[in-house]
Ligand binder design. Sequence first.
Ligand SMILES: Nc1ncnc2c1ncn2[C@@H]1O[C@H](COP(=O)(O)OP(=O)(O)OP(=O)(O)O)[C@@H](O)[C@H]1O
Ligand SMILES: [Mg+2]
Length: 268
Amino acid sequence: MAHQGEHNRMTDNNGGGGNAALLALEIEDLTVAYHSKPAIWDVDLTVPQGVLMALVGPNGAGKSTLIKAVLGLIPRAAGSVSVFGKPYERARDLVGYVPQRGSVDWDFPTTVLDVVTMGLYGGLGLLKRPGKRERELAMYALEQVSLQDFAGRQISQLSGGQQQRTFLARALVQDARLYLMDEPFAAVDAVTERAIVTILKELQHRQRTVVVVHHDLQTVTDYFDWTTLLNVEIVASGPTDTTFTEENLRKTYGGSIATVNAIAGGDS
Ligand SMILES: Nc1ncnc2c1ncn2[C@@H]1O[C@H](COP(=O)(O)OP(=O)(O)OP(=O)(O)O)[C@@H](O)[C@H]1O
Ligand SMILES: [Mg+2]
């Protein structure tokens, strides 16, 4: 597909550092406000290419806001965003988005296959209708999320977990280099969760960068090699080993160590 074969390309965007890694995402001084109340404040964040990153923080921390601001879906009060060294507006074909489920109008009359095929439109151009090849790619993505039998179903007639998997399939057909997924694990059962984890690891194996808003602190260490903790401001960001610490969790979620242990599934 469009972007394969490009991922080993060297970059001249290393800012003078000898072997600075290519950044999938670079956010500087980003502030977003709703009705002049900041939802995220002065966020600086760099995400290296090829990481599988958890974006964690309490409800209302600004996780969805951060993702939407990267995608230009909501206005930025200040700051800049670049994707693989380009402004998002010039790199949008490289980015796949899985929205938070509650934020989507599921009554829209369309089939599962159509929604997934829409993931290809960026690559097809506006006037070209999807053909056999596009349908095959969409069906393949539906198989990866075990929804092949639902291709003709109206999306309004899906369960929550099936809706979630439909959006994941749509992102997969797009074959992006950076994926932004807002709570892909919400409302899915254990089997689907395993399937999604397998897909995420496969994407990482293919040098894709994946940013996942995640609420289940117990699985962060298992699933993600990179972690960003957010609560309006960035608390910490880096390799999960050194970033996903009790102290950083306490700064992010507040409360006592015992509380944080309880949410993180600690046993002390
Ligand atoms: N459209 C909006 N208008 C006004 N305020 C908003 C809007 N969207 C979000 N907010 C507020 O901005 C803050 C951040 O919201 P956001 O949805 O980014 O949080 P989140 O971290 O994704 O939370 P959750 O874990 O519940 O999904 C919250 O206080 C929320 O109430
Ligand atoms: Mg959210």
